[in-house]
Every structure is written in structure tokens, then in C-alpha cells.
Design a protein around this ligand. Sequence first.
Ligand code: ADP
Ligand code: ADP
Length: 229
Amino acid sequence: GGEVRFDDVRFGYDPEREILGGVSFTVPAGRTVAIVGPSGAGKSTISRLLFRFYDVNGGAVVIDGQDIRDITQASLRSTIGIVPQDTVLFNDTIYYNIAYGRPGASKDEIEQAAQLARIHDFVITLPQGYDTRVGERGLKLSGGEKQRVAIARTILKRPSILIFDEATSALDTHTEKEIQVSLREVSRDRTTLIVAHRLSTVVDADEILVLDQGRVVERGRHDQLLAAD
Ligand code: ADP
Ligand code: ADP
């Protein structure tokens, strides 16, 4: 499962000012759709609506055929995992940071999530491995390493829908390239919505929507959009 559908969604934080003017798209189960566009276009608003932080003013947000207004908040939260732009890590071990919120997770599950997110690669080079403390009073991880911890933490909860909300926007291009591999790996076979600034970061998406002022102004695959540029 995990199909996401936005059906002619209209929304404004303020009834006087429409932010989304009828947005429609489908992310088929297991596929990846990206939303790119300039700052203020309404990209984050789309992920907030998917979490139902706000209700739509028109149209509907639908998961697996069900209007999200008919889904409990608890169920919605366990279905969706989000990797945000700025991950705040706890002043604790890497292990704790991955397992946070999943007290029942086994060591195997945690290692598996770490492999997928490619944090295993750098953790094994650390003297204390997963017991290394990070944060202000510990080891300072790079932006890319922090994001990999965030990815591992998110996939550990086995969400059927994954959102990368500007997950690489704060990274330099080199680090972004590195982390792209982990993103590709974890998004395979999972319904994924990528919200990003740059077209260059969403090369692999099955469909890319270009959002401008709350409207989809173009859509297609990466090569098609480049050709139209
Ligand atoms: P993007 O993610 O594409 O940068 P956003 O979805 O964050 O765009 O914002 C779209 C528009 O909605 C912007 O004009 C922004 O100022 C406005 N907006 C965002 N959040 C709020 C809010 N909580 N209250 C009122 N307006 C908001
Ligand atoms: P859980 O115990 O399922 O992790 P949480 O309340 O920690 O429950 O979060 C549920 C999901 O909602 C997580 O994927 C989390 O990243 C996301 N989430 C929580 N708060 C916010 C927020 N303010 N903005 C975006 N996503 C959020």
C-alpha cells in the first residue's frame, strides 16, 4: 500500500489568500514523485497537508483510496515518515539517535536501517562505533552524516510513505551527491515524496512536478523537463 493522491487540492492558511490553487498528482505505491519550485511556491504546505496539520479548503488528500480526514492522526503518523532539512541530534550515542522513538527495535533492525542509510560506512571507522557520543559534548558529525542518521531513524519506523522535505538542501553539492545514494536506496520500493529546490537533486523521480505560486506549471520526468528548459 501507500498510494498518495492529491485531488484538486485548494488551500490557504488565511481564507483571503490562496496558497494552493488546485493541485493534483498521484504517487503510485512504491514510486517516487518530486516537487520542485522556488521558495514560497507551496512545497512544504503540501507535506503539511499530507500530515493533516491543516485541512484542505477544497479537494482531497487521499491515501490508499481513503480521504485522510477519515484516518486517525495516530495511524497517519505511523504511515508517514519524514526526513526534514535540519535534523537535531541528541547529545547521546549514534545508536540512541537512530533508535529514538523505537524502544522495541532490535539490534539487527537498527543495523539494517544503518546499512540502508549508509551510516554503517562511517560508523565502523569510529573507535566506539555506534556507542560514539555525538552533539555538543561529543563527536561533531558532518551535515551529510547527520542526515544519514535521520534517514536511518526514519526508515526504522517502517513507514509506507516517506517524505524528504528539503532533506539535502542545507548540504553542499558534494555531500548532497554522496547522500543521494542513500536516498535512492531507501526510496526504492517505498512510496516517496521528495520536496526540493533544485531539479538536479531529483534526477531519479518517476515524475517531477514544478510548482509555482501554488500551481503545477510543468510535470514530467527529469530528461523531459530539461529538454523543455
Ligand atoms: P515552499 O515550501 O515552496 O518554500 P511554503 O509551502 O513554505 O513554500 O509556503 C507557501 C506560502 O505559504 C508562502 O507564501 C508562505 O509565506 C506561506 N505560509 C507558509 N506557512 C504559513 C503559515 N503557517 N501561515 C501563513 N502563511 C504561511
Ligand atoms: P512516532 O512515534 O511515530 O515517531 P512522532 O510524533 O515522533 O511519532 O512523529 C510522527 C511522524 O511525524 C514522524 O515521521 C515525524 O518526523 C513527523 N513529524 C512530527 N512532527 C512534525 C512536524 N512538526 N513537522 C513535520 N513532521 C513532523
